[in-house]
Design a protein around this ligand. Structure first.
Ligand SMILES: *Cc1c(COP(=O)(O)O)cnc(C)c1O
Length: 439
């Protein structure tokens, strides 16, 4: 029987709302109540004291996180953004230094450089895996380059071999933004532990969460201590602590509360199972969409496992004979929204965030103050380009070729996944009925 696409007035594949993603249960409830009853909601002191390191829940979370991921140190902070700032500061970055970073990431990955007066230099991403391309990075290294910030985008570990070789060759620090890939692995090691410093996010939108929160990991004793200082009022602590190198020892309050840490401990226990379900669901969806010529499921780098924060598919306009926007709009019309995240709609999106250099801060070169600091602080900073076209792969992925979905997350049953597959297959079959929007 011939069907009509829902976007053209036909019956949608499904109208019943999808299950919500909620990892918070009785375990977290009990943990929060334990903390509330203790009366100690945070124990940090911003001075050189036993409590400089925080309370029992924060310390337990840090110990458990370090053990689980196989890092020597884990430092809890109040967000991955704070964690990235602390990691850049701990690395001894100075104003005018250059930090190479992917443009295809959440904005904080690059803002971390700017906070320390460093200039983000954007290198393009890999066609196949969407992470920083080591060949493009090497072309941009100058004597001012001090660090690389890599991102395990969408849940896949970065090119560890390529980037690590560059770091050795040019003596650069590598900071791994692992906000999207807790539980992914490369060569058996956990993502987040694949660089000098790694940063995890515990915000509401990530695999596991504490509402807001983050963790910095490192095997380096000195870097760990510097992150702890930046987290907790460094300048008020270094004298009594007897710290020699006070570079960047300007403190913030990035401290995590005891309730968040207690929730984080329960969430960490759930992580392996949650990742396993994501991987099984992603495999099932990939298989279900494998017959669609022009839609390519996520590739997994050799030696790696994927944590599937989201699934990033490639869309080939030529093979499909229709543009991405028209196709995805039609798929979304076939499917319902999700419980708890209704405002996010159907959880299928075109592209990710626009390449960062296209945002106003870079285009207008205005960050701190009116003089354009740090973009205008010296000749070489001024010469870093943020022009459209500097990262053609990221631009092309964003504007035409990448679409993403979260519909493989835990809570989705096989029949739920079957509906997603059916929606794509239906639109594929009847795509000639769609008018190309010309977008
Ligand atoms: C979510 C995210 C962050 C920021 O995490 P917060 O904990 O919200 O600060 C940073 N980088 C990437 C890649 C992210 O996805």
């Amino acid at each position: 029987m011939r069907k009509t696409l829902a976007i053209n007035g036909g019956t949608p594949v499904r109208t019943e709302i999808f299950p919500g993603y909620n990892t918070i249960g009785a375990e977290e409830e009990a943990a929060v109540i334990r903390v509330l009853r203790s009366g100690v909601l945070s124990k940090f002191l911003g001075c050189w004291d036993e409590d400089f390191y925080g309370g029992p829940e924060v310390r337990a979370l840090e110990a458990e996180w370090a053990t689980y991921f196989g890092a020597k140190h884990a430092v809890a902070v109040n967000s991955a953004t704070s964690g990235l700032y602390a990691a850049v500061g701990a690395s001894g970055i100075s104003p005018g230094d250059e930090i190479i970073v992917s443009p295809y990431t959440m904005s904080a990955s690059a803002t971390a450089a700017i906070v320390y007066g460093a200039v983000p230099v954007f290198a393009d991403v890999e066609e196949d895996y969407f992470c920083l391309d080591a060949r493009r990075v090497e072309e941009l290294i100058t004597e001012r380059t001090k660090a690389i910030i890599v991102v395990d985008l969408l849940g896949l570990p970065f090119d560890v071999d390529g980037i690590t070789a560059l770091a050795r060759k040019y003596d650069l620090k590598v900071i791994e933004d692992c906000a999207q890939a807790p539980g992914a692995r490369f060569a058996g090691r956990f993502a987040g532990t694949l660089a000098d410093l790694g940063v995890y996010s515990l915000n509401y939108h990530k695999h596991i969460h504490t509402g807001e929160g983050g963790i910095v990991v490192t095997d380096d004793d000195l870097l760990a201590e510097r992150v702890r200082l930046i987290r907790n009022h460094a300048e008020a602590v270094v004298d009594d602590m007897g710290v020699e190198d006070i570079t960047n020892m300007v403190g913030f309050n990035f401290r995590m509360t005891e309730m968040e840490a207690a929730v984080g401990r329960e969430q960490l226990k759930k992580l392996p199972h949650l990742i396993e379900i994501r991987q099984l669901n992603a495999e099932y969806l990939s298989k279900g969409l494998s017959g669609l010529n022009g839609i390519e499921p996520p590739r997994v780098r050799s030696g790696a496992t994927h944590a599937y924060y989201v699934m990033g598919f490639r869309f080939d306009e030529e093979k499909l004979g229709i543009d991405r926007h028209s196709f995805i709009a039609a798929v979304k019309a076939e499917l319902p929204v999700s419980r708890l995240r209704e405002t996010d709609g159907v959880l299928i999106s075109e592209g990710y965030v626009k390449p960062l250099y296209l945002s106003a801060m870079y285009q207008r070169r205005i960050a701190f103050g009116r003089q354009g600091y740090p973009f205008t602080m010296c000749e070489h900073a001024r010469s870093v380009s943020y022009a459209r076209g500097i990262c053609p792969v990221a631009e092309k992925l964003h504007e035409k070729e990448l679409f993403m979905t979260e519909l493989m997350r835990p809570g989705m049953s096989r029949p739920d996944l079957d509906d997603v597959i059916e929606a794509f297959n239906k639109v594929y079959e009847y795509r000639s009925e769609l008018q190309s929007s010309g977008r």
